[in-house]
Design a protein around this ligand. Structure first.
Ligand code: SF4
Length: 599
């Protein structure tokens, strides 16, 4: 029997520039092929070629056969017939798959009718059934919602429901969970497994995340620079890679399940935050704005960092991580709670003291391109904070050359502009700039999340080395728990604006006590097919999305999603519902903490 999908010697050029070269791969009926690679490897272009969805300036050569039918060069009529019916697509951005002015249920029902000869009412009922199958709560009611009324995770579920509506033979999933938080990612991957089981479809899964691929794929193809460098059964590729590039890629992935060497405790306190709060008004009206509510963005964050220590602040979108950072960098009295920086309490400090603190705490942003002025040569970018501090010309010239060398860049390139550097090099420029005024505390806001895994490993090595050499302390903000295990000494977990657990990173990761920390860690996929499949059986899947930060909650704010809550006695549940769990030191904000090993 011929394979369901057979790609042979595929070449794709964009305006004459090669993007994919000589790619040959097959997808058998019912199997999951994982297509993995770093940015620019050609994996998404390969997937888009299958459905003839390449942009107008692309030319493709070779052959793409679906069940023996040639798709490359097929007419738009043939391709339209295949899209949705035989091949369904799940994109990274689900909004692009839905028409904003039509209700979700109607759009899915339409997809059902396009595939089956069925009446309107029956198609509508099938749409509700599919929404239920992908875990949308109150599917009947939600089927009448518009796409913008769904959260990112719910839209992704709805898109999978839409993909299932056509009962396709093949689902193309292009980075389907990349924009999602890790607990939502775990839900969506579970839904994708359900879709595969229910429809019997094969899946071509494109991802840069080796953990996601390990948990889903039967076979794996590794791409680099437009070519497939290795392919084979998932266990072989992960455990016995033949190609040096695959080995290099696997070695660069930070592992959440691997402890680092124990490190000596830090020195004197650098930062001490207690009960930090920050609210924002919710305003309505175009001309006359009136306050209609409050966003409780930060609502009880505690942090402790000592000299020479890296504290990771982890949490999902909307947990208040970024607001916490900006509150600290304001160097003003917080709205609520206290902040002590180098032993000085913020609020009421003189200008000279604030200026001194501004030098001692510096920030490195996530997106180096957005944080570096594109019109300035990098030498000037690095020199700017020094000049602001009043350094003379000779000092500036000497320091800039030294700093560029220190971060692994060539000082001879000081007159080049940011766009002439790669993503990793630009992040090094951001680090050099932050170091120029000899700070003692570096705030690193998702510093490696925009980078490919091999570049990410180099930047993490650089940060570790600089910390040793300069005796720095880091506040490392990240949503990536594998990176956190790799770099941090201690970790502080926040949920909906509040610290829920903190402690030494190896202790918290090996023996988490808060149910939210357990769910977060359990959701992270491991780049190991056997272990990942075994973990799927015991994975803690949180229900729904985090609740809105515009509401005040009595008792524990994790209650609505807490997997422990339903197993508690009525009296215990009452306690969770009425008393806010206290947090102190290296503690846990839960009334009934219990260790559960999840890695
Ligand atoms: S206090 Fe209760 S609801 Fe909150 S995390 Fe602990 S067990 Fe769950």
């Amino acid at each position: 029997m011929s394979p369901l999908l057979e790609v042979t010697s595929l070449d794709v050029d964009f305006a004459g520039r090669p993007a994919v070269r000589d790619v040959s791969l097959t997808v058998e009926r019912g199997e999951v092929l994982g297509l993995v690679g770093e940015s620019g490897s050609g994996k998404s272009v390969t997937a888009l070629s299958v459905l003839g969805l390449l942009p107008g300036n692309a030319t493709a050569r070779g052959s793409i056969r679906l069940d023996g039918t040639e798709l490359l060069g097929a007419s738009e009529r043939v391709l339209t017939g295949i899209r949705g019916d035989r091949v369904a697509m799940v994109f990274q951005d689900p909004l692009s798959a839905f028409t904003p002015v039509h209700r979700i249920g109607d759009q899915i029902a339409e997809a059902v009718r396009a595939h089956r000869d069925t009446g309107r009412e029956q198609a509508r009922r099938r749409a509700v059934e599919l929404l239920d199958l992908v875990g949308i709560p109150e599917p009947e009611l939600r089927s009448r919602a518009f796409p913008h009324e769904f959260s990112g995770g719910m839209r992704q579920r709805a898109m999978i429901a839409m993909a299932m509506a056509g009962e396709p033979d093949l689902i193309l999933a292009d980075e389907p969970t990349t924009a999602l938080d890790v607990t939502i990612q775990a839900q969506i991957l579970d839904v994708l497994r359900t879709a595969r089981r229910e429809t019997g479809a094969a899946v071509l899964l494109v991802s840069h995340d080796l953990g996601v691929i390990a948990g889903m794929a039967d076979r794996v193809a590794v791409m680099r620079d437009g070519r497939v460098v290795e392919q084979g059964p998932a266990p072989d590729v992960f455990h016995r890679p033949r190609e040096p590039y695959t080995r290099q890629l696997l070695a660069a992935v930070p592992r959440i399940d691997t402890a680092r060497e124990p490190r000596p405790a830090g020195g004197e306190p650098v930062l001490r935050v207690r009960g930090l709060t920050r609210t924002f008004p919710v305003l309505k009206g175009t001309v006359v704005k009136r306050r209609t509510g409050t966003v409780y963005a930060v609502d009880g964050v505690d942090l402790d960092i000592r000299r020479g220590e890296t504290l990771a602040l982890v949490g999902e979108s909307g947990s208040g991580k970024s607001t916490t950072l900006f509150e600290l960098l304001e160097l003003a009295a917080p709205e609520g709670g206290t902040v002590e920086l180098f032993g000085q309490r913020l609020g009421g400090l003189g200008r000279a003291a604030v200026k001194d603190l501004r030098r001692r705490i510096q920030i490195v942003f996530q997106d180096p391109m957005a944080s570096l002025d594109p019109r300035m040569p990098v030498g000037d970018i690095v020199a700017e904070p020094l000049r602001t501090q009043g350094a003379d010309r000779a000092t500036v010239a000497r320091r800039v050359a030294g700093l560029l060398t220190q971060v692994g860049l060539d000082p001879a390139h000081a007159d080049r502009f940011p766009h002439e550097f790669s993503g990793g090099q630009r992040q090094r420029i951001g680090i050099a700039r932050a170091l120029s005024v000899a700070p003692e505390l570096l705030v690193l806001d998702e510093p490696v999340s925009a980078l490919d895994v091999s570049v990410q490993a180099e930047v993490l090595d650089l940060l570790r080395r600089l910390k040793e050499e300069l005796g720095l302390a880091y506040l490392f903000v990240s949503h990536d728990l594998s990176v956190v295990r790799n770099i941090a000494d201690r970790v502080s977990v926040v949920y909906l604006g509040r610290t829920v657990e903190a402690g030494p990173v190896d202790e918290v990761f090996a023996r988490p006590r808060h149910p939210y920390t357990q769910a977060l860690l359990s959701a992270v996929p491991l780049p190991d097919p056997e272990r990942e499949r075994a973990r799927q059986r015991s994975r803690i899947l949180l229900a729904g999305d985090p609740p809105s930060p515009t509401r005040r909650y009595d008792g524990c704010r994790f209650r609505t999603r807490c997997p422990l809550y339903t197993a508690l006695t009525v009296d215990e549940q009452k306690r969770c519902a009425h008393d806010v769990p206290a947090f102190e030191g290296d503690g846990v904000a839960c009334h009934f903490p219990r260790v559960r090993e999840v890695l």
